[in-house]
Design a protein around this ligand. Structure first.
Ligand code: NIG
Ligand code: FE
Length: 417
């Protein structure tokens, strides 16, 4: 029996071709006033149209009253680091006092402190911690969440992290996409003789990647390609090996300083290049000419207290396909609130509201290689839907920091409340 979502003041369909959108296509989020959504038994969208028409077309359906709220595709959060132990709140004050992100890392804090913490935790403990955090992300309207490893940095703890993601994917109603980020940092034990960074890279390439592939634990391989972390040459080698194991590719690219990572992402056909606050002119051109999605994470720069954001308008003018994501992680973006990312997309990156919605749905889906399946309220797409207690979709980025998501469905099944 189909389910009808009736009495919505607006439906933001984001309907259009199932691929990453670029300007000017992104300026149309397909908003329909007074429309309803029909969800089929197979978990797919049947139709979007006026209440009366859908009632006539699908008689005897279950009916849900949206109370004049706004329906949108569930957000596709294509970049999170949701598997970690404790929070790192002390670093926020340190940065306020003038100690930089990289300086904190050099002192053994930052990613390294999350690594020490995660290595001591059991699989069950990590599952419990992540389940409650993923529930918070979902409560704000995210229905697909990419989740990276990267706080283990040893064969055993990276595999443990990825198995945690696999368990959560099977247990939770939200859709999870797993990414291997063993190249998140060089672990501290590989920085002193007799071990070297080359030894860690060899471990990544010769042991970790094959083990991840053997258990089919990750769809993507990612790397933190940044001056002081991994160079573009190292990224080329590691990602080349990952591709050899059938994984698709992502990069933390030019996040804080330029590393030529956007150029590399475009050249090797990465699915996405993420962050890009320090992307070069050449990097923008390369991304625009490629199929690589430029994933922007404005929450990160906000939380780090940096004035610089990715040059989103220049990227759109050049023809890049832009996605928005939360970067949810304990160090640089501990927010679970995707609508807040839309706010930052408009107020900091200067996207239009329509561009922000397309970036958060269709283009997020493209950043996960899933644009044919999710990110649109259109016939045949997965019935992944969010309902907001607002009358106009532009209020979703407007009431910033608020919690207006009142219900979500994934594959047509109610997740919340
Ligand atoms: O996307 N830049 C690398 N990774 C994360 C931060 C991780 C951390 O600080 O724990 C990011 O910003
Ligand atoms: Fe990240």
């Amino acid at each position: 029996m189909p389910t009808l979502l009736l009495n919505a003041s607006e439906v933001v369909t984001c309907e259009g071709p199932p691929r990453a959108r670029r300007a000017p296509e992104m300026t149309d989020a397909g908003v329909r006033a007074n429309a309803a959504v029909a969800m089929g038994d197979d978990g797919r969208i049947l139709a979007v149209g006026p209440d009366r028409e859908l009632r006539a077309q699908y008689p005897g359906s279950a009916e849900i009253d949206c109370a004049r709220g706004v329906l949108t595709p569930g957000f596709v959060d294509s970049h999170t680091h949701a598997i970690f132990g404790r929070s790192r709140h002390a670093e926020q004050e340190l940065r306020a006092a003038g100690v930089g992100y990289m300086e904190i890392a050099k002192r053994g804090g930052g990613i390294h402190s999350s690594v020490r913490d995660l290595r001591e935790r059991s699989e069950d403990e990590l599952v419990a911690l992540a389940a409650s955090r993923l529930a918070r992300l979902a409560a704000h309207g995210s229905t697909t969440i990419e989740v990276k490893s990267g706080y283990g940095l040893s064969l055993e703890s990276e595999l443990r992290t990825l198995r945690v993601i696999r368990r959560l994917a099977a247990e939770l109603p939200v859709r999870l996409v797993p990414t291997f980020l063993g190249a998140h940092e060089i672990p501290l034990e590989y920085r002193e003789a007799p071990r070297t960074r080359e030894d860690y890279i060899a471990l990544l390439v010769e042991e970790m990647l094959p083990a991840v592939a053997r258990e089919s634990l990750a769809r993507f391989c990612d790397i933190f390609c940044e001056p002081g972390v991994y160079s573009a040459a190292e990224a080329r080698r590691i990602l080349g090996a990952a591709r050899g194991h059938g994984m698709a590719l992502k990069l933390h690219a030019d996040e804080l300083e330029h590393a030529g990572a956007a150029e590399l992402a475009a050249e090797i056909g990465a699915t996405s290049a993420d962050h890009l606050a320090a992307v070069s002119e050449l990097g923008i051109k390369a991304l625009a000419a490629s199929g690589t999605v430029a994933t922007l994470l404005p929450g990160t720069m906000l939380f780090l207290g940096r004035s610089k954001q990715a040059p989103a308008r220049a990227m759109l003018d050049a023809g890049c396909a832009i996605a928005l994501a939360s970067d949810f992680n304990p160090g640089t973006s501990p927010t679970v609130n995707f609508p807040l990312i839309l706010t930052l997309g408009v107020s900091q990156l200067r996207l239009s509201v329509a561009e922000a919605f397309v970036a958060a749905t269709v283009n997020g889906a493209a950043a996960l290689g899933l644009a044919h399946e999710i990110g649109q309220l259109a016939p045949g797409f997965s019935a992944d839907v969010a309902l907001f207690d607002v009358e106009d979709h532009r209020e979703i980025p407007y009431w910033y920091g608020d919690h207006r998501c009142v219900a979500t469905w994934v594959r047509g099944r109610k997740v919340l409340p």
